[in-house]
Design a protein around this ligand. Structure first.
Ligand SMILES: Nc1ncnc2c1ncn2[C@@H]1O[C@H](COP(=O)(O)OP(=O)(O)OP(=O)(O)O)[C@@H](O)[C@H]1O
Ligand SMILES: [Mg+2]
Length: 550
C-alpha cells in the first residue's frame, strides 16, 4: 500500500462560511471590545450604504442592552430602502453575497461578508438566531435565522409577514464574549466618528446604562450618490482580465470586451492594444488565455489612455466637514482640505480629504493632559483598530510637525482627520481596519495633511504674534505711572498730563512695531515654505493626477 493511499478519506473541500467560522478573528472578532465594535460597525455601515444608494437621509438607531447572563443584545435600525422578503435569507445567511462586491463604486461595504459575519459571531457565542425585520414599504418580513456554516446558506427558524407603514431594516443579535464600556475603541466612539464623517445622518445611541445620545444632522444636504464606475486598464492584473473576460457574456469579441468593460478604452484604443499585444481582436473573450492576458496587461501602460473618471467619488466636502467638526469639536482653529481625485496603481481612482483641528475640544483628553487624536476614515467609515499598520496613521506620524508651529504633536490638543475615498480601498485584510501602504496613497495623504497643517501653522504664528504684542505693550505701560511721577518731580508738569503723553507715545510706537511684525510675517508666509521636506512640492503637485490625458 502506498503512503498516501488514505488521502481520499481525509480530503474535504471547505466552504467560505466554514472557513470563517474557524477564523472569525480575520473579520475583526478578536477580543471582547473589538468584537463588539466590529459587529456594530458592520450593521451600521450597511445601513448607511443602503440609505446612500437610494438617496435617503439616514436615520439610524443603535441600542445595546445587557442580558441577565452577562451577554448583550444589539439592535440596529435604519430608514433605508429595506430588502425584499425573498432576499433576506440570502443576504444575511450566506457569506460572499450582496449587492456591492461585483460593482465598482464607492461604498462602505465591499465584500459581502460583513452582516453574515455578525450573525455567525452571534450564533457561535450564544447559539441563538438573529432577528431581521425588513420592509420595502408594505409588508415587513420578520425572519429569525442562523447560518448553516457547512452549506453557507441561511437556516431559517421562523418567518412571518406583518403589515407596516415603514421602510427600512432592523437587526437584533445577541452576543457573549463581548464587553461594553465607553472608550477610544467603543461603539460610542465609532458612532461619534460616523456622525462626523456623515453629517447628513442622524444617529441615536442607547447604551446599556440607558443613556441616550443623539448626534443630530449638522447639514441638511444629502450628498450626491456615488456613481458606479468601470475599472481602468491600469488597475487590473492578468488574472483579473482573464476572469472578467470569462464572464463577459455580452461581448462576442475581445475588441468589444475591452471597449465595453473598461473606462477610457475607445474602439481605436482597443484595436491598438490588441495589435500591440499580438492578440486577435475577434477572438471570443471566454477563450482568452493567461499568456495573452499577460501581453495585454503589459501593453496597457504603453498606450496613451486618459486617467480614469473620478466624478463617481463623493467626498464629505469641505463645508460639510467643517460644519460637522465645528459642531463636534468646537476647536479654536480648523483647516479642512479636499484634494483633487487621483489614482493609485495607475488606474484605481481615489481622493483624500483631511482636516487639522487645534484647541477647544480637539485632541484626546487623558489623565496627563492633551493628546493627539488621529481619526481615520475610509469611504466615510471610521477605522478604529490596527492603527499601527495603517497608511493614514503612518503618514500623519511621519510629518515633521515641529515645522508647523505645533511642537510636540503627540501631546498637543490636535485632531487630525483623514478620509480616503475609493471604489476599491486597499485594505490590509478582510477586517477592513487598516489601509495598505501604497506609495501613491501615502503621498496624497501626506500632502493633504500638510496643506491642512499649514493653516494651523499660520494660525499659531498669529497667536504667538498676538501674545508678543500684548507683552510688548504691557512692559512699557507698567512703568509709565512711575516715570510720570518722576518727571513731575523734576519738571513740575502735572503727573496726569505726563502720563497721558507717555501712554499715547507708547501706544503709537507699539502700533508701528506691531504693523512691521505683521508685514514681515505676511512676507514670510507668502514667500517661505513650511520647512517640511516635501511641503514645498505640495502646491506644485496640485496639477498632477490627470497628466496622462490625451
Ligand atoms: N440595512 C440594510 N439595508 C439594505 N440592504 C442591506 C442592509 N444590510 C445589508 N444589506 C444587503 O446585504 C448585502 C450583504 O451585506 P454584507 O454586510 O454581508 O456585505 P457588504 O456590505 O456587501 O460587504 P462587506 O462584507 O464589506 O460589509 C449588502 O450588499 C446589501 O445588499
Ligand atoms: Mg457590509
Amino acid at each position: 500500500m502506498g503512503l498516501g493511499d488514505d488521502f481520499g478519506t481525509k480530503f474535504r473541500e471547505v466552504g467560505v462560511a466554514e472557513f470563517f467560522r474557524k477564523n472569525l478573528h480575520m473579520l475583526g472578532y478578536s477580543g471582547p471590545i473589538k468584537s463588539f465594535t466590529t459587529a456594530i460597525h458592520e450593521y451600521v455601515t450597511n445601513a448607511i450604504d443602503a440609505c446612500e444608494e437610494y438617496g435617503i437621509a439616514p436615520e439610524i438607531k443603535v441600542q445595546i442592552k445587557e442580558t441577565k447572563d452577562g451577554g448583550f443584545v444589539v439592535a440596529v435600525e435604519d430608514n433605508g430602502p429595506g430588502i425584499p422578503p425573498e432576499y433576506v435569507p440570502k443576504v444575511f445567511g450566506s457569506m460572499l453575497s450582496g449587492t456591492k462586491f461585483h460593482r465598482y463604486i464607492q461604498s462602505r461595504g465591499q465584500q459581502g461578508i460583513g452582516a453574515a459575519g455578525v450573525i455567525l459571531f452571534s450564533q457561535m457565542t450564544t447559539g441563538k438566531p438573529t432577528k431581521v425585520i425588513s420592509s420595502t414599504g408594505q409588508k415587513a418580513a420578520v425572519v429569525f435565522l442562523k447560518i448553516d456554516a457547512d452549506k453557507n446558506v441561511a437556516k431559517v427558524l421562523d418567518e412571518s409577514r406583518v403589515d407596516v407603514d415603514w421602510h427600512g431594516t432592523k437587526l437584533v443579535s445577541e452576543f457573549q464574549e463581548v464587553t461594553y464600556r465607553r472608550g477610544e475603541q467603543s461603539a460610542y466612539e465609532y458612532l461619534r466618528r460616523t456622525a462626523i464623517a456623515n453629517p447628513h445622518a442622524k444617529i441615536t445611541f442607547i447604551e446599556p446604562t440607558k443613556e441616550k445620545t443623539v448626534w443630530k444632522r449638522s447639514v441638511t444636504k444629502t450628498p450626491a450618490r456615488p456613481k458606479e464606475m468601470l475599472p481602468h486598464p491600469l488597475g487590473v492584473t492578468p488574472d483579473d482580465l482573464v476572469r472578467m473576460a470569462s464572464v463577459a457574456t455580452n461581448s462576442k469579441t475581445l475588441l468589444h470586451f475591452l471597449k465595453t468593460y473598461f473606462s477610457r478604452v475607445s474602439a481605436n484604443k482597443a484595436k491598438e492594444i490588441l495589435a500591440k499585444a499580438k492578440v486577435e481582436e475577434n477572438r471570443e473573450p471566454a477563450k482568452l488565455t493567461y499568456q495573452e492576458a499577460v501581453r495585454i496587461v503589459a501593453v496597457f501602460p504603453k498606450v496613451k489612455l486618459l486617467s480614469p473618471p473620478t466624478d463617481g467619488l463623493i467626498p464629505i466636502e469641505e463645508d460639510s466637514l467643517t460644519k460637522s467638526l465645528e459642531d463636534t469639536l468646537k476647536p479654536e482653529f480648523l483647516q479642512v482640505i479636499t484634494r483633487k481625485p487621483t489614482t493609485y496603481r495607475g488606474g484605481i481612482p481615489f481622493q483624500i480629504e483631511a482636516a487639522v483641528a487645534y484647541g477647544g475640544g480637539a485632541g484626546r483628553t487623558s489623565g496627563d493632559g492633551d493628546k493627539l487624536e488621529i481619526m481615520r476614515f475610509a469611504n466615510k467609515t471610521p477605522l478604529l483598530f490596527d492603527a499601527g499598520a495603517c497608511a493614514i496613521h503612518q503618514a500623519v506620524k511621519d510629518i515633521n510637525w515641529k515645522n508647523y508651529n505645533i511642537g510636540d504633536i503627540d501631546n498637543a490638543p490636535v485632531t487630525v482627520v483623514v478620509n480616503l475615498l475609493s471604489p476599491y480601498v486597499p485594505y490590509m485584510s478582510a477586517g477592513k481596519q487598516a489601509v495598505a501602504q501604497d506609495p501613491d496613497v501615502v503621498k496624497e495623504i501626506r500632502f493633504a495633511v500638510m496643506a491642512a497643517g499649514r493653516g494651523v501653522k499660520k494660525y499659531m504664528a498669529g497667536v504667538r504674534r498676538e501674545k508678543l504684542k500684548q507683552k510688548r505693550r504691557s512692559i512699557f505701560i507698567r512703568y509709565a505711572p512711575e516715570v510720570a511721577w518722576a518727571i513731575n518731580k523734576i519738571t513740575g508738569t502735572p503727573e496726569e498730563k505726563v502720563l497721558k503723553k507717555l501712554t499715547d507715545t507708547i501706544e503709537h510706537k507699539v502700533r508701528l512695531k506691531n504693523a512691521k511684525d505683521d508685514a514681515d510675517a505676511e512676507d514670510a508666509e507668502n514667500g517661505g515654505s513650511s520647512g517640511d521636506d516635501a511641503a514645498g512640492s505640495d502646491d506644485a503637485d496640485d496639477t498632477e493626477g490627470f497628466g496622462g490625458e490625451d
